[in-house]
Design a protein around this ligand. Structure first.
Ligand code: PEP
Ligand code: MG
Length: 566
């Protein structure tokens, strides 16, 4: 079995087809008629743009307008005045069009690829794609055409460029495996939109597979099996059938409102960690973002992201969501989330130490920078601010006072922001659970973080296997905390969501409906499934089950009972 990153879920079983790159080698020449050479280059650019337009048109139909824009972006790259100007200069100095264009592209690829953010690296991949497109026209080489493939083909390649992906006929391709690429590469986005199971970053695929080999692609787990034995083939065929049936059933919930069986409307949004994940939230039919974990912007960075960098990240997510809700959680660091660039002091008990809101309130410059970036991004969408790990009213008041200070600052600087931006909290500590009535008076909304709420209520570390028997949101104590938080929000007429993992647990959903939860924030792949779960309950039935659950004394009794009624 070969391992990689699963970037598009599902199982594909078919015959391998190795996509070999055409050779684009040439011998650089010195040109004398430079005007003629510039003309030759210009005509190659024109043909490239024409071909790209055609691919974009086809992609608009097979995938959608936004996906077509990925390819259309290549026209912008090749027509970039700086690039064209530099290529023209090099040709005038006597370089042939191939050498002038290739050297310029290589320079840009070098710059983009060495960036430490995915988006800029992706731009490097796009320039590489443009380079081979234009070079193959200049050299008269026919590029690989993926539009006509035998049925049940698994494409195996070193790299599949977006322009190759644009040609794919999803009726013929049942899986994709590449040696390069990641979840955020454009090809991965296209694979997800086309619903083709895909695994990327699999080392040495091109050596491990021969044309015609039977191949299984497990895009959910990131596995690839070459020449499976009979038992493997059978078990994956059964799983594939089940998955397809489930997907077909879940597809009926796409584009629909999130409604219980008696017509109550719920908000069903997603948890994200990076701005680009907002795209995944939309692709999965999420109704917005209920939790943007901003600490990911700080991880693996050599220095703390600047206001500009953070603003651009939040603005990007807001623009992708086009007015749908975007709840940005301020930095939730400490505990198990270490951030090297902050150089935080070591603590004996970091889960109870100076973390999250506590750290931000002590490190005002860091907090101010983040709040300024969020407030500025609020001019571009429906943005809210959420504070993590709140334990007392003072923390909320201090955080909100800082928000007000920064609002005044931005106003004086004539910088746009949403004056009515909502400020809420994560209800995820035992203290917040018990004093939810007091906190509700200070906030515009709650979001229950059951991952931490369970840990802090049960005094059980969420990552410690020795105490995992205690760590469950179905513990009577945790359920009482959740009920208390939801009831307190209801009394204060503020919305209350849940962004911990429990929000997607089918056993939990009737209880949350009965308690009065208004928003479910889940991972993108869970959206349709949670919508389906919610659609199966009326308030009356949920109340009946919840009454019984709240009369039971142990987690085991509760989960055993719930399994009999769900
Ligand atoms: C939670 O604690 O439930 C939560 C959603 O936050 P995180 O998992 O990021 O701590
Ligand atoms: Mg948490």
């Amino acid at each position: 079995m070969l391992k990689g990153t699963g970037v598009s879920s599902g199982i594909g079983i078919g015959r391998a087809l190795l996509v070999e790159e055409c050779s684009l080698e040439y011998t650089p020449k010195t040109v004398t008629d430079t005007a003629e050479e510039i003309k030759r280059f210009q005509s190659a650019v024109d043909i490239f743009c024409e071909n790209t337009e055609k691919k974009a048109e086809a992609l608009k139909i097979s995938a959608g307008v936004e996906e077509a824009e990925i390819i259309q972006g290549h026209i912008g790259i090749v027509k970039d005045p700086f690039l064209l100007g530099e290529v023209g200069k090099r040709i005038t100095e006597g370089q042939c069009a191939e050498a002038a264009f290739e050297s310029m592209c290589d320079m840009l690829i070098g710059i983009f690829s060495s960036a430490d953010d995915d988006v800029t690296q992706q731009r490097g991949a796009d320039v590489r794609d443009v380079k081979s497109g234009v070079l193959s026209i200049l050299l008269g080489v026919n590029q690989v055409n993926l539009s006509e493939m035998p049925p049940e083909t698994v494409l195996c390649a070193k790299e599949l460029t977006p322009s190759m992906m644009a040609e794919i006929n999803k009726e013929q391709i049942v899986g994709i495996v590449t040696e390069t690429g990641s979840t955020t590469s454009h090809s991965a986005i296209l694979a997800r939109v086309l619903e083709i199971p895909a695994v990327m970053s699999v080392p040495d695929v091109m050596k491990a597979v021969k044309n015609g080999d039977t191949v299984i692609v497990d895009g959910s787990k990131g596995d690839m099996i070459v020449s499976p034995d009979h038992a493997q083939a059978e078990s994956y065929t059964v799983r594939r059938k089940k998955l397809l049936e489930e997907r077909r059933e879940l597809e009926q919930f796409r584009g629909k409102a999130t409604l219980s069986a008696d017509g109550t409307v719920y908000e069903l949004v997603c948890n994200i960690g990076r701005p680009d994940d907002a795209k995944k939230a939309m692709e999965s039919d999420g109704e917005g973002v209920g939790l943007f974990r901003t600490e990911f912007l700080f991880m693996d960075k050599r220095s703390v992201p600047t206001e500009k960098e953070q603003f651009e990240a939040y603005q990007k997510a807001a623009l992708i969501l086009k007015g749908k809700p975007l709840v940005i959680r301020t930095l939730d660091i400490g505990g198990d989330k270490e951030i090297a660039c902050l150089g935080m002091a070591k603590e004996d008990n970091p889960f109870m130490g100076c973390r999250a809101i506590r750290y931000c309130l002590k490190n005002r410059d860091l907090f101010r920078t983040q709040l300024r970036a969020i407030l500025r991004a609020s001019a571009f969408g429906n943005v809210s601010i959420m504070f993590p790990l709140i334990t007392c009213v003072e923390e909320v008041r201090e955080g909100k006072a800082l928000v007000e200070e920064i609002k005044a600052e931005l106003k004086a600087e004539k910088i746009d922001f949403d004056e009515n931006i909502k400020v809420g909290i994560m209800a995820e500590t035992a203290a917040a659970g018990v004093t939810a009535d007091l906190l509700a008076k200070e906030c515009d909304f709650f979001s229950i973080g059951t991952n931490d709420l369970t840990g802090y209520t049960m005094a059980a570390d969420r990552g410690n296997g020795e105490v995992s028997y205690l760590y469950s949101a179905l513990q009577p104590s945790v359920l009482r905390m959740i009920r208390n938080i939801i009831e307190a929000a209801g009394k204060q007429h503020i919305p209350v969501g849940m962004c911990g993992e429990a929000a997607a647990d089918p056993l939990m959903i009737p209880l949350l409906i009965s308690f009065g939860l208004t928003e479910f924030s889940v991972s993108a792949p869970s959206v349709l499934r949670v919508r389906k779960y919610i659609s199966g309950w009326t308030k009356e039935k949920a109340d009946e089950i919840t009454a019984k659950v709240m009369s039971l004394s142990t987690r085991q009794e509760i989960s055993d009972y719930l399994k009999t009624v769900i």
